[in-house]
Design a protein around this ligand. Structure first.
Ligand code: GLU
Length: 315
């Protein structure tokens, strides 16, 4: 078994000193002020032990990492009928691209690009006021993380509401194709608030345990989703979790992962670990630059890549 505690500390040390940290997202005004010098890392292993280092307790805007939890919630509500409204193929386009929607008649490629996540929010909104729908998602995440202190950063939510012109366009465009049930501002309200949830690496890694444990909340704990559904969400994270850099992430890291423009990434080593990294500086595709590098180092040191023959790794 690899010494996970040592790996976590060595990787955090290397990243803290790394000179090239990428650019923080500036199109959401509050994110532009986040200090790019920060780096946090937390790994929860399948026995429930956590290893954390760096700024692992610092809450950050989880942004698109929320799409994993929102998708889990939507699948719980409507099951496989969701796939009539959203695809399961990598998009090869940036997170907020509108071009594919025209060609594909308002059906987004996958639930992890913004258009697909808006459809997921629309499903989660059904039968609720927006405030209730977002409260339900927040409660779900708190339950997964076993942490009642997780909150929504209202400043971030408001800023997205005021400046999210592309998302507003995407929602209206899908409405024109009949793929949005609610009024666009209502669905957008749910989406913006889920993106504005703030979590630390420790909270995020804890919340991701169900994807490492075949759908169980915690080791030996209650079932959150079926094993098949956990496997499928992991498959979508691997193929679609990093927008147009999903192939590169699979190549470099080899783990299901979902990134957000706040600089967070949740990565899953099925049966082995849930990993959360955060560093606010992004690469040209909008994924955390040092977060990706850190995961590459961790995958290398542990042998956790899903493409390694089982048992061949160092763990
Ligand atoms: N709230 C962001 C947006 O919709 C999420 C993007 C991301 O994290 O990739 O633009």
């Amino acid at each position: 078994m690899a010494d996970i505690g040592r790996i976590v500390h060595e990787v955090a040390q290397e990243m803290a000193a790394h000179p090239e940290r990428g650019e923080v997202a500036s199109y959401i005004p509050p994110l532009a002020h986040v200090d790019p010098g920060q780096f946090g890392l937390c790994i929860v292993t399948s026995d429930g032990v956590t290893h954390a280092a760096g700024d692992a307790e610092e809450p950050f805007s989880i942004q698109s990492v929320s799409k994993v939890f929102a998708l889990t919630q939507a699948l719980g509500k409507v099951g496989d009928t969701l796939w009539r409204r959203v695809g399961r193929e990598p998009s090869g386009t940036p997170f907020n691209s509108i071009v594919q929607l025209e060609r594909e008649q308002g059906i987004p490629r996958n639930p992890f690009i913004n258009a697909g996540a808006l459809v997921v929010s629309d499903v989660n909104l059904a039968g609720h006021e927006p405030r209730v729908a977002i409260g339900e998602l927040l409660r779900f995440i708190r339950y997964l993380a076993e942490d009642e202190t997780i909150v929504i950063d209202e400043t971030v939510a408001r800023a997205e509401q005021e400046t999210g012109f592309r998302n507003i366009a995407l929602a209206n465009y899908m409405k024109a194709f009949g793929n949005l049930t609610h009024a666009a501002p209502l669905t957008l309200g749910v989406y913006f608030h889920q993106c504005a949830i703030a979590m630390s690496c420790r909270q995020l890694a804890m919340a991701g345990r169900y994807l490492m444990l075949g759908g169980l909340h915690s080791p030996g704990g209650a079932r959150v989703i079926s094993a098949q559904r956990a496997r499928r969400i992991n498959a979508l994270m691997l193929t679609c979790g990093h927008y147009d850099a999903s192939g590169d992430f699979a190549f470099r890291v080899g783990l299901p992962g979902k990134s957000g423009v706040g600089g967070g990434i949740l990565a899953i080593a099925p049966g082995k670990a849930a990993i959360a990294v955060w560093s606010p500086g992004l690469n040209e595709c909008g994924n955390s630059r040092l977060g990706t590098l850190a995961l590459e180092r961790i995958a290398e040191a542990t042998g956790w890549s899903v493409f390694s023959p089982s048992g061949s790794g160092r763990s």
